[in-house]
Design a protein around this ligand. Sequence first.
Ligand code: ADE
Length: 252
Amino acid sequence: MLAVIGAMAEEVALLKADLVVGRTERHAGIDVIHGYYQGVELVLAQCGIGKVNAAICAQMLIDRYEPRSLIFSGVAGGLLPNMRVGDIVIASNVVQYDMDLTAFGRRHGELPGRDRMIESDPALVQAAADAFDAAFEGVENGPNLMLGTVASGDKFVQDKDTLRWLQREFAAFATEMEGAAVGHTCSLNDVPFVVIRGLSDTAGASASSDFAANLAMVCRNCFDLLEKLIPVVGHLPVEVETDPAATTAKPN
Ligand code: ADE
């Protein structure tokens, strides 16, 4: 069983339309659609905007459906100068940029006892990059792919100062409002995850109007990638956890 989350209706609509639907259940105010996509069993949920909604949704899906991995797909604001609307960023790491314990000498985004940068599952990142190639290689004027840090916070960014700060403080490629909350929840529960973001805007002064104008096209790009990714992830071998105490092999 796979779990797929998007924040807004547009971010889940294309997958929802193509699902062979089994049943829909409502938990924590979230509709969870259980179904099959290309033969792969999954649950699909629209979590709503922001980190709190995303964390609630991820925890609820993990508790109730025990997914072997979780994919978040949606749109983001690009932070690097040459990025174009429609390009895709696969998060190698996610960070909660508005977690601020600097008053206690910690770095922005850092929580006690946790890594500041929350790493996406490397096998899922690799599979998502391969899925991008399968979806877009040879496509004229197709999107570009970038792998890098995605910075999440409860703010729609549309100013140069925040944009530059996110680039410089976190080496972030894109900003959005859910990814790190999903990443945090998944890492606490040992559930492999990946965040995939199409760029709807470049987080500058025109971001909100660019977002509205580009949302549908960018969600299409994300779906084209998901279409190739889900069948692969659905059949990835399950990682069997080995008990280090049970092995006789010793390092030199
Ligand atoms: N999602 C899409 N664009 C965004 C932006 N500029 N800031 C935050 N979240 C976004």
